[in-house]
Design a protein around this ligand. Structure first.
Ligand SMILES: [Zn+2]
Length: 506
């Protein structure tokens, strides 16, 4: 089977992509500064605790973005900062009697472990704020020189009434904000919201860095302006984050960078929506602020969690519930079953109609050709529709719909008998789709072990499989499905072949 078609896009021929731009509130074509290459800055974690699943949703959306751009033929340079100096970190390190580096090290490790556990590809750069203090000081100096910033008690502040475009990203009307009112929980902000802190003077005993304005530490916002410039330049293609970053964090990044450089900052802003838990916003007080460790403890499948996150468009809220996670698990079982059957045929199992006896060879070859042509259309439709969905603002819901049309059609053809090479081509098409999804290979995922009650011995599995075969023979599909689910829950994958039902442990 020709695997060439659509399997790899030559460098320099990236496919057109439309993405929603938070700044214009419209879908816009992505026009990278350098053809075929995209620079992406993604706000990273503050490393004083493990990320909650709402943070992870944002990181997963960014993973889908980079994987989609790769599949569509772009080169990607992604930068994600680690905020390793911040009030909570300083407090935590102080209480633990540790240095900032000692205190943050295990949280950094935990963060990377969580990303890996969700199949998130590593970014090209993970700079730490404490490694870029010089760049931040340079930026602040440029802002002071041009009259955009001033020193005052407590540090250096940005004077936002000098920046007319302030508020364009979020649409916030600052004239409605009473001077002195706190509108956001910005630990570095003065009580006067209209100006925000760039450099915070150190209190006695705090970790600090020397600066022209005395010892202190940078504000959170200036970190991202300095690190994005260092890796991507004054103007770059895409900046991402969660919607809660829009104000004040991203507004402040824009103000700092555009005033310091007198150049546009970001061409395309992308923001992912919130994750809700059981229909409610996550919060510590409600006790619904889950981390991966909590989900693991509950025996949740992280593979299903990734699938659930993928299945909802990034600009829509996800409602995380046990039922939504179960539904994701069921969808994955359908995909696993197809993959198992295809692997069986591709490996020359009883479904295979290829390379058989010599009798009727000519007639069968012509049948195969007809069927092969038809199946090529099925393969092409998956590749075409999946790519088109990604290019349309990362519309993975449409991409998954294309995938399930493929599953249905391929299952139908498996019933009729699929050739070895067709099965191999189908597996190759799934592997291509999985370059973005990252969930289709069950062996790449270490699932938490099933509970002991779900464990079945071979004889019990055989008995259940026989009962299911009997139900199918009587066309009792409800009972047959129920038995399949029961086996599935115990980690048994079934394959229905013309010669009977095969099973294996997943
Ligand atoms: Zn940021």
């Amino acid at each position: 089977m020709n695997q060439g078609k659509g399997a790899a896009t030559p460098a320099g021929s990236a496919e057109p992509v439309r993405l929603h731009n938070t700044m214009s509130r419209r879908l816009e074509p992505l026009r990278p500064l350098r053809a075929g290459e995209v620079g992406i800055y993604t706000c990273g974690p503050t490393v004083y605790d493990a990320p909650h699943i709402g943070n992870l949703r944002t990181f997963l959306f960014e993973d889908v973005l980079r994987r989609s751009l790769h599949l569509l033929g772009y080169r990607v340079t992604q930068v994600m900062n680690l905020t390793d100096v911040e009030d909570k970190i300083i407090d935590g390190a102080h209480r633990a009697g540790q240095s900032i580096a000692e205190f943050t090290a295990p949280h950094v490790d935990e963060f990377f472990a969580d990303l890996a556990a969700l199949g998130i590809e590593p970014a090209e750069h993970y700079p730490r704020a404490t490694e870029h203090i010089d760049g931040m000081i340079e930026l602040i100096e440029a802002l002071i020189e041009q009259g955009y910033a001033y020193t005052a008690e407590g540090g250096v502040f940005f004077r936002i009434d000098r920046f007319e475009r302030y508020g364009r990203l979020s649409g916030i009307d600052l004239s409605q904000v009473v001077r002195g009112e706190r509108v956001a929980d910005d630990e570095y902000g003065k009580d006067d919201v209209r100006d925000f802190v760039l450099w915070k003077s150190a209190k006695p005993g705090e970790p600090s860095w020397p600066s022209p304005w005395g010892d202190g530490r940078p504000g959170w916002h200036i970190e991202c302006s300095a690190m994005s410039r260092h890796f991507l330049g004054e103007t770059f293609d895409i900046h991402c984050g969660g919607v809660d970053n829009i104000f004040p964090h991203h507004e402040n990044e824009i103000a700092q960078s555009e005033c310091a450089h007198q150049a546009p900052f970001v061409r395309h802003w992308l923001h992912s929506e919130h994750l809700m838990v059981d229909g409610e916003k996550m919060s510590k007080s409600k006790g619904n602020m889950y981390r991966l460790a909590d989900l693991r403890q509950r025996g949740a499948s992280l593979r299903a969690l990734r699938y659930l996150f993928l299945s909802v468009h990034y600009r829509r809220k996800i409602n995380f519930t046990d039922a939504s996670l179960d539904a994701a698990g069921s969808a994955l079982r359908r995909l696993d079953e197809l993959r198992f059957r295809l692997e069986h045929v591709a490996g020359g199992g009883p479904d295979s109609t290829a390379d058989g006896d010599a009798g009727g060879e000519e007639a069968r070859q012509s049948d195969d050709r007809a069927d092969a042509t038809g199946f090529q259309e099925v393969l092409d439709a998956l590749r075409r529709d999946f790519r088109a969905a990604l290019a349309d603002d990362l519309n993975l819901s449409a991409g998954l719909a294309a995938l399930f049309r493929f599953v249905k059609e391929t299952n139908r053809r498996l019933e009729a008998g699929l050739e070895t090479r067709q099965a191999a081509a189908a597996l190759a098409a799934l592997a291509e789709v999985d370059r973005v999804l990252g969930v289709l290979d069950p062996e790449a995922w270490l699932e938490p072990t099933q509970s002991a009650a779900a464990w079945l011995g071979d004889a019990e599995i055989e008995a259940l499989v026989e009962r299911r075969d009997a139900a199918r023979a009587e066309r009792d599909w409800t009972e047959a499905d129920r038995l399949r689910d029961e086996l599935s829950a115990a980690g048994v994958v079934l394959e229905d072949t013309p010669g009977g039902t095969l099973w294996r442990r997943s």
